[in-house]
Each structure stands twice: as C-alpha cells, then as structure tokens.
Design a binder for this molecule. Structure first.
Ligand SMILES: [Zn+2]
Length: 244
C-alpha cells in the first residue's frame, strides 16, 4: 500500500475527485489499482463516501475504487484499528513491511449454485499484513477479494461474478506482477524514465517495488524510481518506504 504525503488541494475549479487525485494521484489508495472510471472519495474522518468535498480537509480524504468503496459502505462505522496510507508507514522496501505482497499458487473454482463448473490452478498476488492494523484493513476491504480463503488458498468465485468481472483487484495485481517480472528478466532492463511511465500506467506501486527492491541494492536508485516526483501520476508518494 503506497505510503502518502499530502500537500494542500489546489484552489482552482476542478471536479471533486480530480481535486483529491491532483494531490495523491489517480490510484485507489487501498488496492492501488488505477482509477480509470468511477473513483470515489472516502472521508476517513467520518468513515463515509462523499459526493462533495465541502469543508473536508485533504488530510482526511482518500480515493477508492468501486470494489474498495463497496466494502467501505458495507462495513462503515469505524476506521479505528486500520492502517491507512496517510496515517502510518504502510510499506517498507527493505525488511519488515506492514503490508507484504507475494505470488502464490491458488486453486480457482468457478461455481454456479454451489456446483463447481470450472477448477484450475492459477497464480495470485496476495497481500498480507504483519501488524494487527494491516490485517484488519485487508479483512475489512477484502483486499484479496471476498472469494479468497487464505487457509485453503482457494478462490471460490460465483459464475455471475466471474462473467461480469465483479472484482478484478487480485487479477489486475497479478498481471502487473508478471509484467514487472518480465521486464526485470530483460538483460539491462529498460531505462529509468520508461520504467516510471510503465509503473504509472499499470498502477499497483507496491507490487513493482516488492520485485524491484529485491534486485536493486542501492536505496538512492529505488528512491529515484519509486519516490516523490511531484509532476507524475504517482505524486504524493512518501519516501518513508526507504526507512529501515
Ligand atoms: Zn481499491
């Protein structure tokens, strides 16, 4: 989960969601997918999805995708006990990170009226938490989708959901993991500036950083690639991810 540092919202006329995205970039603040359509504004101070920013301060605002916002609505009531990207350090490139991302082999079952219509083994990038707050956040927003059962490493997806692509967060995260791994396997690798644009376009900053931190030993290089570059889409990134 990309750690955020916020500047003030610009005092110019913009659509509501655009005002927040101009501070923290066009990504879901929790699952990190790019917000191509229907971004929602979450006022964490009131634990409510809001239409108008009004007097709300940017400090309390985050952006959510349709799936994360759906779980916010179902579970609204308290944001206590969560680890959010603008409150505390959410991701550490080296050592023990509150949120961790790993490639797992899972059994995917597509079911119709509880009958299995398809079963296959597949890759899935799973987020796990190493603090009670991170674990609670993953659980509340079902950041591994509501289909995933960690105990059995199974994804049980109703056929209707599979056909309508109801919750693609893990699928998208896994695609980005494979893209990043493919890019890393090229001898020499792409130039820094082209890597940045690929990371910006694909989203899932933490997935990229998980893979790149393992092969880039120099912190300054990681900082240049993943850190604060205010004019890019990944604006608002806190360089605290380099803390050890
Ligand atoms: Zn999301």
């Amino acid at each position: 989960m990309r750690p955020l540092i916020k500047s003030d919202m610009p005092r110019i006329a913009m659509f509501e969601a655009d005002r927040v995205m101009s501070v923290i970039g066009p990504y879901c603040s929790l699952c990190e997918r790019p917000l191509r359509d229907g971004p929602e504004i979450w006022d964490t101070a009131r634990d409510a999805i809001i239409e108008r920013i009004g007097n709300a301060r940017v400090d309390s605002l985050l952006m959510l995708c349709v799936n994360c916002a759906g779980w916010q609505r179902r579970t609204a009531g308290s944001q206590a006990g969560l680890l959010l990207p603008d409150w505390g350090l959410t991701f550490r490139a080296r050592g023990d990170s509150p949120y961790r991302y790993s490639l797992e082999r899972v059994t995917v079952r597509i079911v119709d009226d509880n009958e299995t219509v398809e079963e296959r083994e597949d890759d899935a990038v799973i987020v796990s938490g190493s603090t009670p707050e991170a674990i609670a956040t993953i659980e509340r927003f079902r950041l591994n989708t509501p289909y995933y059962d960690a105990a059995t490493k199974r994804m049980t997806i109703p056929r209707h959901d599979a056909l309508t692509l109801a919750d693609r967060r893990v699928v998208m995260r896994t695609e980005v993991w494979h893209d990043a791994a493919d890019l890393l396997s090229f001898a020499g690798g792409p130039a820094l500036h082209s890597l940045r644009s690929i990371i910006e376009a694909g989203g899932f900053w933490s997935v990229w950083l998980t893979l790149f931190a393992a092969v880039i030993p120099a912190d300054d290089m990681l900082g240049r690639l993943f850190g604060l570059y205010p004019l890019s889409q990944l604006r608002g990134t806190s360089t605290r991810f380099l803390e050890r």
